[in-house]
Design a protein around this ligand. Structure first.
Ligand code: 3HC
Length: 711
């Protein structure tokens, strides 16, 4: 008979928040099943570690128990160390994770981890110290510590290479990728895929016990880490450094994996823990941890009580690069979507582009053919709005002109079912003016994706004056379904992200007038961690497009303020950017070269304007480029465009490639010192005009020595 022992609550005084045992102990068929019940993700809190420690001790001493299974309660296995307890007293409560792992590796009876949902970080490392691992087909495993600026500090860098060899381990741990149960089985990370998790694991454990399986801990299996050529690590360092854009953890991870291949296990483990501590103390870890919580906080809208409406179908207006990308985003999330444009030709061009994109993903190995086929089958084409009148949401991604958008919205309003949400992907136009073209302004909202929409992770939702609470709740929840990171912005020119961008690119142009070269500016930005410098970014998006956007903005400039005319001068000479082979740079294919003609144009502009030219240090350029972002961000908090500073960080990391390991522009600004940002803004106002000056909020925080939490 299965029987059950409820342990005396070992967590009294530790686990007050939950008021329950964090680990349940049952025995079925002589196998002790330890079920971790610590919502939301069964993180290895003090409560969980204590419960597991007691459960293991109990199972060890009970002679009726022949094996142990560890499983997660609720939707997932253990998602890692409890990062909310990092640096707190609770993190010091014993048993530590390595204590538990030692118990497991030396356990006299077979131990089996039963994995569903995700086994991540410390959770996966715990599983690696069990004698076997079984999983549901839908489960995933991974060591994502690198995303927090850390390395797996509970033996992950020492044990995983022993199962899969150093090359695969480097790939998995430096990227933090999650892999499927099928792939994990193929790689020998798990031992079996089962259909009934607990019963499958119990069977597996019983078989090990009754067959007297040898219980060799992973840490003692050395075949895969012996005789590895040092070349492998040299090459890995080169390739990882290229992608790391200044992140330190990936390279330290390689050092640890090399240690797994060169040192005895105990020394390798000691090396790993020392490196973990170094990374833990780093600024990058603090910034990435800030960023982790920022992403989750951004989903919350204070005071919003409405429930989201379910989105079961969608339509996208505009089959260009943007619209096609958005259609892919819906299809990839399993939501059927109609794609439409003004002509059949335009629609078929759009669908062909989508097909090509899926082919590229399959070719690169980032998607299987079956997944791509399934997604493609969810994309239908239409030339008449009536074909998708019952869709739950429409996202318009047509040409960026108000008259065109208003026409589309009034026609949509006429045919779409009454509660359909009408979203616009505009990157700068007034949401209220678009909503006014309909009789349902409460259902009109900005849903701004970033190009290419199927790759970039940001979804910037924009609330108009009349957007209803339920519409907002729906598009915020939709972001999660679509796998995007969401922020909610207020309605203004450029919303959160693009409103700030103009100061970054604008300052880059003023710097060129004053003597910095395009190459130096780009290099500084790239060394800072941006994927591409601001000048190259201009060349890529097209200087003619930049001139057009600015034409409209010029009308709103206050007296005494100007844009640098360099852009217009380049366009006059036919230099439209990468697409015409020359912009700021001269291009041979995608390879860029400095061009003396650009230098002449810049020098000419400076002479005409009487601008004194000089040289700049890299530090000066870095500060001049990024400080204005923080200043404008502060104004967005002040006028309600952004709910909180950390939302701006989320927007910039996901929409513009701002390095997450610097936490986002607002976090960076706080580290640099808000008083310095404030003084820089006073200087910029003198040089560039009144819009560059500080707002009241920044002034207050800077003079009172406060931070964003006091905003
Ligand atoms: N510790 C504490 N809380 C965690 C957590 C963790 N490791 N992981 C997630 N949470 C919390 C989140 O903050 C969130 O809280 P909230 O609801 O109050 O905002 C809640 O769990 C749900 O998380 P998500 O909103 O992210 O839920 P999803 O279902 O989308 O994703 C997940 C779940 C895949 C587990 C995702 O949360 C995730 O990737 N978490 C991080 C996992 C991780 O980094 N683990 C390694 C930790 S470091 C470590 O283990 C060190 C070791 O090597 C020594």
């Amino acid at each position: 008979e299965p029987w059950m022992v409820r342990l005396a609550n070992p967590l009294a005084g530790i686990n007050g928040d939950h008021g329950m045992n964090a680990v349940r102990y049952d025995v079925t068929d002589n196998v002790a099943v330890l079920t971790v019940e610590y919502p939301p993700v069964n993180a290895l809190s003090a409560a969980v570690r204590t419960g597991l420690g007691e459960g293991l001790a109990h199972a060890k001493s009970d002679s009726a128990v022949i094996a142990v299974v560890i499983v997660g309660g609720g939707g997932t296995f253990i998602a890692g160390a409890d990062i909310t307890e990092f640096g707190t007293e609770k993190s010091k409560i014993l048993p530590s994770l390595p204590d538990l792992q030692h118990s497991l590796e030396t356990f006299p009876k077979p131990t089996v981890a039963a994995i569903h949902g995700t086994a991540l970080g410390g959770g996966f490392e715990l599983a690696l110290t069990c004698h076997a691992r079984v999983a549901l087909a839908s489960a995933k495993v991974g060591l994502p510590e690198v995303n927090l600026g850390l390395l797996p500090g509970a033996g992950g860098t020492q044990r995983l290479p022993r199962l899969v060899g150093p090359e695969v381990a480097i790939d998995l741990i430096t990227t933090g990728r999650h892999i499927s149960a099928a792939r994990a089985l193929e790689l020998g990370i798990i031992d079996a895929v089962v259909e009934d998790l607990v019963m499958g694991a119990i069977d597996h454990a019983r078989r090990m016990a009754t067959h007297g399986a040898t219980l060799t801990p992973v840490i003692e299996r050395n075949e895969k880490v012996e005789g590895i050529s040092p070349d492998l690590f040299t090459k890995a360092r080169q390739s990882v450094a290229k992608k790391a854009r200044g992140k330190i953890a990936p390279l330290v991870i390689i050092d640890c994996i090399e240690a797994a291949c060169t040192l005895p296990p105990a020394e390798g483990l000691a090396f790993e823990i020392a490196k973990f501590r170094e990374l833990y103390a780093s600024d990058q870890r603090a910034a990435l941890m800030h960023y982790f919580f920022a992403e989750r906080e951004a989903r919350r809208v204070p005071g919003l009580a409405a429930e989201p409406r379910p989105i079961g179908s969608a339509a996208v207006i505009g089959a260009g690069t943007m619209g096609g990308g958005i259609a892919m985003v819906f299809a990839n999330a399993g939501i059927p979507v109609h794609l439409t444009d003004i002509s059949e030709d335009a629609v078929s061009r759009g669908i062909n582009l989508i097909r090509k994109n899926y082919d590229v993903s399959v070719g690169r190995g980032s998607m299987t053919q079956a997944t791509a086929d399934k997604a493609l089958a969810l994309i239908a084409t239409a030339t008449d709005y009536a074909d998708f009148a019952d869709a739950d949401i429409v996202v318009e991604a047509a040409f960026e002109r108000m008259d065109i958008k208003r026409d589309i919205f009034s026609r949509l309003d006429a045919v779409m079912k009454p509660d359909a949400i009408l979203g616009t992907n505009t990157s700068s136009l007034d949401i209220d003016a678009i909503a006014a073209a309909t009789n349902r302004p409460g259902n009109v909202v900005g849903v701004h994706f970033f190009s290419p929409a199927n790759v970039m992770k940001l979804q910037e939702n924009i609330r108009g004056k009349l957007t209803s609470e339920q519409t907002i709740a729906t598009v915020m929840a939709l972001g999660k379904t679509l796998g995007k990171n969401v922020v909610l912005a207020g309605n203004c020119d450029g919303f959160i992200g693009n409103r700030m961008l103009q100061y970054y690119t604008g300052e880059a142009e003023f710097l060129m007038e004053q003597g910095a070269t395009p190459e130096q500016i780009d290099l500084v930005a790239e060394k800072f961690g941006m994927p591409m410098g601001p000048i190259s970014m201009r060349d890529m998006s097209g200087l003619d497009v930049g001139v057009l956007v600015r034409e409209a903005r010029k009308a709103t400039l206050p007296p005494g303020e100007r844009f640098s005319p360099i852009l217009e001068r380049l366009v006059e000479r036919g230099r439209h950017g990468m697409k015409t082979g020359k912009g700021f740079y001269r291009y041979e294919g995608r390879e860029k070269h400095p061009d003396p003609e650009t230098t002449d144009i810049i020098e000419q502009v400076a002479r005409e304007l009487g601008v004194q030219r000089r040289t700049f240090t890299d530090e000066e350029i870095e500060f001049r480029l990024f400080a204005p972002l923080v200043n404008e961000g502060a104004k967005e908090i002040e006028d309600g465009t952004a709910i909180r500073a950390s939302d701006i960080d989320v927007a910039w990391v996901n929409g513009y490639g701002f390095p997450a390991h610097k936490g986002g522009p607002m976090y960076w600004g706080e580290q640099v010192g808000l008083h310095r940002i404030y003084e820089a803004a006073l200087g910029a106002a003198q040089r560039n005009g009144p819009r560059w000056g500080p707002g009241k909020l920044l002034e207050r925080l800077a003079t009172e020595g406060k931070g964003w939490k006091d905003a």
